[in-house]
Design a protein around this ligand. Structure first.
Ligand code: AHG
Ligand code: MN
Ligand code: MN
Length: 339
């Protein structure tokens, strides 16, 4: 008998015992994320052909950033996909000032979805890779209390991203390894393309917005200078790869190793990336793939107790070897100079 394709639905339904609940509710959340991904991927594919799909809305979001029409579109897709389903109680989105409660009241144990609906949207009008990034938490209390959503990354029950590129890829973890699905346009289904992924122990690329280097802390400049210095024995210099869409930069890092950094700097003293729906989900994926994810102070991103839903954080993540190297440079910078 033919094996048949391992679609997302088949994979999820056949592994319900490894999911946060065994009732099928969480499986449906993941399946609807797949539906939202397909909807957004389709719109992105035809956006250049549709009047009024590209460009800015003229609005500034709660982050102080310009909103693109496709940011708004992707945000609406996530909201509408879960509306009236009774599956997700609360949605926190980069594009929404506060949490959106889809169910009233939320009950303890119900799910919250934290999402960056369109990641890397400054690239979207140029047909360069973008993504969606998500985390799923369990609500601990009833009601609308925002504090309930301020859970450390270790408490995430699932996390993942969708990459909109030459193909559409959905990568997620429920705490049992990292699995990757590629959208097969012929059948309109995500099909398993990699199971239990592990990041290479070390890589040959570093990924950072080098244009900010004069705003960085000195130890980071020293570390990057080391990566760029010729030394055949330790496989240097590293090559630079930077898309400017976190989903794309982490996807590459997950597959071929190396290091991604978005450190704090004099312009963004707390870092640029958002903890709850960018850094923490990517950190969970990387740790599940045997990689590492820390701040530029050396703290594990998954251990940070958030204080605000849109909080920003510095990020250093990737292969164990390169993140370990960064840690050594950080430690070295803390050694007092004697004499
Ligand atoms: P978003 O489009 O969701 O606001 O995210 C943009 C983020 C992230 O995708 C990327 O890693 C980073 O911003 C790029 O920032 P720079 O343009 O400052 O390099
Ligand atoms: Mn983003
Ligand atoms: Mn975004």
């Amino acid at each position: 008998m033919p094996q048949g394709v391992m679609t997302l639905a088949r994979y999820i339904l056949s592994r319900q015992d490894t999911f946060p609940d065994n009732t099928g509710e969480f499986s449906n959340v993941m399946l609807l994320i797949g539906v939202a991904a397909k909807t957004i991927a389709w719109e992105l594919r035809r956006a250049g052909l549709v009047e009024d799909a590209l460009g800015l809305t003229g609005e500034i979001n709660v982050q102080g950033e310009q909103v693109r029409k496709l940011d708004d579109y992707a945000n609406e897709v996530f909201l509408k996909t879960f509306q009236d389903t009774g599956l997700v109680c609360t949605i926190v989105s980069e594009e929404l000032e506060g949490p959106e409660h889809l169910m009233q009241p939320c009950t303890p144990g119900s799910y919250a979805l934290l999402v960056d609906p369109l990641d890397g949207s400054s690239n979207v009008d140029m047909n360069i890779n973008t993504g969606s990034i998500f985390a799923i938490q369990r609500r601990r209390f009833c009601g609308d209390d925002e504090a309930d959503l301020l859970q450390a990354g270790r408490k995430q029950v699932a996390a993942g991203y969708i990459l909109y590129g030459p193909s559409t890829i959905l990568t997620f973890t429920t705490g049992h390894g990292v699995h990757m699905f590629t959208l097969d346009a012929a059948i309109g289904e995500f099909v398993l393309s990699a199971q239990s992924l592990t990041i290479p122990e070390r890589g040959t690329y570093y990924s950072v917005n080098q244009g900010n280097s004069r705003r960085w802390q000195p130890w980071l400049r020293t570390f990057l200078d080391y990566l760029q210095t010729e030394d055949k024995a330790s496989k240097r210099p590293y090559s630079l790869r930077y898309v400017g869409s976190l989903a794309a930069d982490i996807h590459r890092t997950l597959l071929i190793g190396g290091i991604f950094l978005y450190p704090s700097d004099t312009k963004s003293p707390k870092g640029k990336l958002r903890l709850l729906y960018e850094a923490a989900p990517m950190a969970m994926l990387l740790e599940q793939a045997q990689g590492q994810a820390i701040t530029d102070q050396g703290e594990a991103i998954l251990d940070i107790e958030p204080s605000q839903i849109h909080q920003r954080v510095s990020v250093i993540m990737g292969s164990p070897y390169e993140v370990g190297l960064a840690q050594k440079f950080l430690q070295q910078s803390k050694v007092p100079v004697l004499g």
